[in-house]
Design a protein around this ligand. Structure first.
Ligand SMILES: [Zn+2]
Length: 329
């Protein structure tokens, strides 16, 4: 644990003067997300982060694959400002994008960035970690994150070097948690506490959720996809079971790993539940009928095709993973 630094007398500003561009962005964000009540912070380098509740800022990633143009900015990343410290929740998909996120934080507060929390091992959530090394934060994650990332590091680095290109790949490092969460853990930021909880295998085997007690905001990482098709790298039956459990929770708002800045329970989970249930039902029927994986990747879950962005990029992989899992039921 990093000791808490001293409290600064100056409170973090909650409102910022808006440029016309900022106003339009705010208007658009409000139209797109009914739960967004506050205004976007203007970052020095232009990375948008909107305040969805007092002291809770969310940057919305693009619905794209990583590219030199987006610099791995394709997942949501958030930061929470306490009276003593700031916690970052996910760091985007490159050190370059991570630095832009850091600038967005510094545009809002100069309190110490004491914690960098990763919701799971995927590069679009962890490859910006290196941008925060200078803050000497405690890096926090699920106890299985280091193992998961370690075994995939070479492949993740190679794929991202190719897809991001030399310039956007610059500075990326694998940084695993220095504080591993076994079950649950509280982080005191001053005036607010973050409750971190490890989850059973679902999106991956190292999913971690975060609740901010001050605003009752629940950060679900990639346990919640909206608009962007869900990607399966853990267990489809585990994920469906966890969705049932999460749907019974109460929170003022949830922040998805991919999707709008903030959403409401339990509705936020419904499209994802429907998508995963469609794959599960179709694949189980195909297996029962003695059909093959080749049949499954042509037919299973295709009723969902028009409901999601990036369906063609990820769906076959999801069906393949589901088939391998459900074959052994
Ligand atoms: Zn993910």
């Amino acid at each position: 644990m990093v000791p808490m630094k001293t409290v600064e007398p100056r409170p973090a500003p909650l409102q910022h003067a808006l440029s016309r561009q900022g106003f339009l962005r705010a208007a658009f964000a409000l139209a797109a997300s009914p739960l967004l009540r506050y205004v976007p912070a203007e970052a020095a380098e232009g990375l948008e982060a909107s305040e969805v509740a007092p002291g809770i800022f969310v940057h919305q990633g693009r619905y794209e694959l990583q590219s030199p143009q987006n610099r791995g900015d394709m997942a949501n990343a958030s930061f929470v400002v306490g009276t003593d410290a700031v916690a970052v929740i996910d760091t985007l998909g490159s050190a370059v994008a991570g630095r832009e996120l850091r600038s967005a934080i510094r545009a809002v507060t100069d309190k110490p960035i004491s914690y960098v929390i990763n919701t799971h091992m995927h590069p679009d959530h962890v490859f910006g970690n290196a941008a925060f090394k200078e803050d000497n934060p405690t890096f926090v994650g699920h106890y299985k994150l280091a193992r998961g990332l370690g075994s995939r590091a070479e492949r993740y680095l190679a794929i991202n070097k190719t897809m991001l290109g030399e310039e956007a790949f610059e500075g990326i490092e694998i940084i695993v948690p220095t504080l591993a969460v076994e079950d649950s853990l509280n982080l005191d930021l001053g005036g607010r506490t973050l409750v971190l909880e490890t989850q059973a295998t679902a999106h991956t085997d190292n999913d971690l959720t975060v609740t901010d007690t001050a605003t009752d905001t629940l950060f679900l990482g990639d346990l919640l996809f909206s608009v962007h098709v869900p990607t399966l790298d853990g267990s489809i039956t585990g994920w469906l079971a966890l969705i049932d459990e999460l749907g019974r929770r109460e929170a003022a708002r949830v922040v998805p790993g991919h999707g709008p800045h903030a959403m409401a329970l339990p509705e936020a989970l419904q499209p994802e539940q429907r998508y995963l249930a469609a794959i599960t039902a179709d694949v189980r029927q195909l297996i029962k009928d003695g059909r093959t994986l080749e049949d499954a990747i042509r037919t299973a879950g295709f009723s969902e095709r028009d409901a999601w962005k990036l369906f063609d990029q990820y769906h076959v992989r999801n069906v393949t993973a589901a088939f391998a899992e459900l074959e052994w039921e």
